[in-house]
Design a protein around this ligand. Structure first.
Ligand SMILES: O=C(O)CCC(=O)C(=O)O
Ligand SMILES: [Fe+2]
Length: 398
């Protein structure tokens, strides 16, 4: 397996792009003005109104995904929160149109039609998998950590996490029964694909096997998983790459074995935060290897010994890391390994990143360069002082 070059994964068109960045102009207090929706004065709040219950837009148009409207609604200026759904829809749609090209919109629309075709023809095996239910999905320790009240939640989340290497966290997450059901559901979906000869898109250009869960009905369940659970984890451990602002996802299952995808090359994900949970079944090999976090500029710089970490998958156990933490998967040498992946993205973080200077605090190499520059200037200053003192001594009239 080559470690020469980390591939930027997911920058292909096989799935819809992240939701468009939406940090609009705000007034001084960051809450936007919310004036009438004339073309010149569209506003969104910088911080969402967390208490607002957003409407359902499932029945409206195909131009943008309905979930996007429900998420965006919380960013509307206060005076627009309670106007008619239609007025809110038009206001948001006009903003969204300004942030995407006609080509992107056509591609998104085609993708939604593709999804719709699958969803209206595929008969799920277990309906209960399509709505998030913490008591049947998660092991007790995981559910309990999140049920603590706001004040204690961060602490109880920290208490279930191990950090085997900097920036990599592991924890028990899924019940064995849930893993089995999801494996059966994916198998059933693959069977349907085979029988109907429906041409499906694989999770990425690097995968020949596996399935996109969002494409056959699990999009809103996974969105809720991100909103109610992963965002809280991200707020604690990944504040530098978006923290709580995660607002879109790509959810899929990968499938490895000697007769499937065997291994996965060295890459970074098209995500701010990646959740990866092993579903089973029985297998050997398939370890994940990590090689440090890197920004675009440094993605191919060398690895330092302290950045080397290997992780062995265990069914039901999750690993969570920054998407830009370089990694790959070793060959699954026997049996079959299936993992659930949730790539979580933040449009706010991506928009802010565009305005960032060269240095980013989450890239191992940027940090090292900064440290080296600091060291150099300290050394130079020391030399200056020492030379200055020697010169001074030479000119000492005594
Ligand atoms: O095979 C794995 O567990 C890793 C998968 C992965 O890194 C990815 O799909 O981005
Ligand atoms: Fe990955």
């Amino acid at each position: 397996m080559s470690l020469d070059k980390a591939v930027e994964r997911g920058k292909d068109t096989s799935f819809p792009p992240m939701s468009t960045a939406l940090v609009a102009e705000t007034n001084g207090n960051g809450n936007g003005t919310g004036s009438a929706p004339s073309n010149a004065s569209y506003r969104l709040r910088l911080n969402p109104n967390q208490d607002h219950k957003a409407e359902n837009y499932d029945d409206l148009g195909l131009e943008f995904t309905p979930l996007l409207f429900s998420s965006l609604e919380r960013y509307l200026p206060p005076n627009l929160l309670n106007v008619s759904r239609d007025a809110k829809y038009k206001y948001m749609r006009d903003i969204l149109r300004r942030y995407s090209t006609e080509g992107e919109r056509t591609r998104d629309q085609k993708h939604r039609e593709y999804r719709q075709k699958i969803i209206s023809n595929y008969q799920p095996l277990y309906r209960e998998l399509y709505t998030l239910n913490p008591s049947t999905f998660f092991v007790q320790s995981f559910s309990k950590a999140f049920s603590a009240n706001d004040k204690n939640r961060d602490e109880s989340i920290r208490s279930i996490m191990s950090e085997p290497a900097p920036g990599i966290y592991t924890f028990d997450m899924l019940q064995p029964r849930f893993c089995d059901m999801l494996l059966n559901e994916v198998e059933n979906f693959e069977k349907w694909v085979h029988e109907t000869k429906f041409r499906i898109m694989r999770p990425n250009t690097m995968n020949k096997y596996g399935a996109v869960l969002d494409d056959f009905g699990m999009e809103s369940m996974l969105e809720k998983l991100m909103e109610d659970f992963i965002r809280h984890i991200s707020k604690i451990f990944f504040l530098d790459v978006g923290g709580y602002s995660l607002d879109s996802h790509h959810g899929f299952v990968v499938e490895y074995g000697m007769d499937r995808d065997v291994e996965l090359g060295f890459h970074v994900d098209d995500s701010e935060v990646t959740l990866n949970v092993c579903l089973g079944k029985h297998f050997t090999g398939g370890e994940l290897f990590f090689r440090g976090v890197r920004c675009e500029k440094h993605v191919n710089t060398e690895t330092h010994p302290e950045e080397i970490y290997d992780h062995a998958h265990l069914p039901g156990r999750a690993i969570i890391h920054r998407g830009r933490h370089r990694h790959g998967a070793r060959a699954t040498t026997s049996g079959h390994r299936l993992n659930l992946l949730l790539w979580c993205r933040s449009s706010v973080f991506r928009e802010l990143k565009k305005h960032q200077k060269e240095f980013v605090n989450w890239c191992g190499e940027c940090k090292r360069e900064k440290q080296a520059r600091l060291q150099q200037s300290v050394t130079a200053k020391k030399m200056e002082l020492l030379v200055g003192q020697t010169d001074g001594a030479a000119f000492n009239p005594r």
